[in-house]
Design a protein around this ligand. Structure first.
Ligand code: GLN
Length: 555
């Protein structure tokens, strides 16, 4: 029986308090002590996975290497803990019920009335346990974040399962961390503890006593306040921590460590481990703090109103900035704003780089086409991601090859010039859930290309989530006109990357490199894109003394 310890992370009062970041930061603190950490997220919604949800509902869909379409918090886990997660790392109500109902139909529970307790709760516990033995490897600690807020109807079976889980484990194997809210009342200048008291009361009513409280607030709690919380919530004062807003999410692990969160976790779980080594993390944070300038990047997308819809892209751009010692300031531009707008060029002017990210459906496509055209014509560094590659190819076919009606069959099913078309194996698929080309696939890089130069290797494994591809029929034409197919699948049947010969840096990928970027190890394409944008900014400023690209936008 593996000696894995467990940290359950729940949240009270309201969502959006940063539970995912807190869970990931605790993971980083444990990992920095030489411990093997695994981490998983429970999402109490009924969808089997996040893949069928609009990014406006739940933010970005994060794709794991094995192709699971998961919650965006898994992105925070991978980036902050720096681990590779799998489909086992995200449990939803949909998955749990589907599995239990399948077993019922198979006759696995013959004779029994199948109920939430014990059948659903057992299924939940089994799934958590299954992470404690992956191909014979047992992590020292598994962190389990329960999405939603304690008190929500749909999270009840999960909380009950957690309560049982702790009872069934030897003492000291499991702890509960609860994240609560401490509002600041500006008229009286006070931090109020009542919401936290209620949040803890709610958790205790379910039978879970928190061991650690992380109190999210705009300012630090003093000892008097902590004493009050300790008394009402039955949590020792040295286990109550202020979780104060910070400027940058990557500062959180260091702030937590300084407050003693790491030490307390180790002590409560009785872990034997090394002293924390956060030197690499500190170096990265120093690079953020000592950036040498600001770089303005435009991200032109359809879900631009919600930054969470592009969170991994935004983080990867920030990582590119860290690697190049610049602060990357991204404006998310709603692509529809460019459409039918005589001043669309003005909207895009003044940026040092343009990104067209992934997406689905034809809304906002015209604006994305304009963004690609502008970057191509004005020689502004461009990075296209998935749909971004497809739109850049359509734009090239229309405006360079002169195929006016070139299109993607996603936007025009009966297009006479389907430059982008459904992959053959996608043509028969009608079910939407989990049926795209998902997860890791190899891409071979063309020697001498910008892609090859950026990666510095011949072949890469990147994460995918798409149904359409560049239509091979048009490849020779596109290549003849100056488009380079700089990355292809090993069988040469799928275009994985394109770039333009006659451009300082115009690169697009059919895959999603953003998912593999890390703050201390920016993804090569993001690192190189930001370097090219920095060069572009410098060139413009040198050519037009007096014009500062970064300043121009801020006014
Ligand atoms: N909608 C496009 C496809 O299915 C692009 C997908 C994406 O950007 N993730 O191929």
């Amino acid at each position: 029986m593996p000696d894995t310890k467990y940290v359950f992370v729940t949240g009270g009062n309201l969502s959006g308090l940063g539970k995912g970041l807190a869970a990931a930061s605790m993971g980083r603190l444990l990992k920095s002590r030489g411990l093997q950490v695994n981490i998983l997220k429970i999402d109490p919604y009924i969808n089997v996975d996040a893949g069928t949800m609009s990014p406006y509902q739940h933010g970005e869909v994060y794709v794991t290497k094995d192709g699971a379409e998961t919650d965006l918090d898994l992105g925070h886990y991978e980036r902050i803990v720096d681990i590779g997660l799998t489909e086992k790392s995200n449990i939803t109500t949909g998955q749990v019920y589907q599995a239990v109902i399948d077993k019922e139909r198979k006759g696995s529970y013959l004779g029994a009335t199948v109920q939430v307790i014990p059948h659903i709760t057992n299924e939940i516990k089994d799934r958590i346990h299954s992470l404690s033995d992956i191909e014979g490897e047992s992590p020292d600690v598994i962190i389990v974040e329960v999405g939603g807020t304690v008190g929500d109807i749909e999270s009840l079976p999960f909380l009950e399962a957690i309560r049982q889980f702790r009872m069934e484990q030897p003492r000291g194997q499991v702890i509960n961390v609860h994240l609560t809210y401490i509002p600041y009342i500006s008229t009286t200048g006070e931090l109020k503890t009542k919401l936290t008291q209620h949040a803890v009361k709610e958790l205790r009513a379910i039978g879970i006593q928190p061991d650690i409280l992380l109190c999210r607030s705009t300012r630090s709690l003093d000892d008097e306040l902590k004493k009050k919380i300790a008394l009402f919530c039955n949590v020792p004062i040295d286990c109550i921590f202020s979780n104060v807003d910070v400027e940058n999410i990557y500062f959180i692990p260091l702030v937590f460590e300084e407050m003693g969160v790491g030490e307390r976790l180790v002590e409560l779980l009785g872990l034997k481990c090394d002293r924390p080594d956060l030197s690499e993390w500190k170096e990265m944070v120093d690079a953020i703090k000592n950036s040498t300038g600001i770089l303005k990047i435009a991200l032109v997308g359809k879900y631009a109103l919600l930054r969470d819809a592009y969170i991994s892209v935004l983080e990867a751009l920030a990582h590119g900035g860290i690697a190049n010692r610049v602060t990357v300031d991204v404006d998310c531009i709603i692509s529809e704003k460019l459409e039918g707008n005589d001043n669309w060029r003005d909207i895009l002017a003044g940026y040092s780089g343009i990104v067209v990210p992934g997406g689905f459906g034809d809304r906002g496509i015209k604006g994305k086409l304009l963004a690609c055209q502008y970057a191509r014509e004005e020689k502004i560094p461009f990075l296209g991601l998935c749909l971004g590659l497809q739109v850049a190819t359509v734009e090239y076919a229309r405006n360079v090859l002169g195929i006016e009606d070139a299109n993607s069959t996603e936007f025009d099913e009966i297009s006479q010039n389907p430059i982008i078309d459904l992959m053959p194996e996608q043509k028969k698929i009608t079910r939407k859930g989990g049926t795209m080309r998902l997860g890791h696939y190899y891409c071979e890089l063309k020697p001498g290309s910008k892609a090859h130069e950026a990666y510095g290797v011949d072949s890469v494994n990147e994460r995918h989530r798409h149904r359409l591809e560049v239509n091979n029929k048009y490849r020779p034409m596109l290549e003849k006109a100056g488009m380079v197919m700089s990355g292809v699948s090993p069988d040469d049947l799928l275009v994985e990357m394109i770039e333009l010969k006659d451009h300082p840096w115009f690169v697009a990928t059919q895959f999603h490199p953003e998912f593999q970027s890390r703050p201390q190890r920016a993804h090569p394409l993001f690192k190189t894109f930001i370097r090219a944008s920095k060069d572009y900014q410098k060139r413009v400023e040198e050519l037009s003394p007096g014009i500062k690209l970064e300043a121009e936008r801020k006014t």
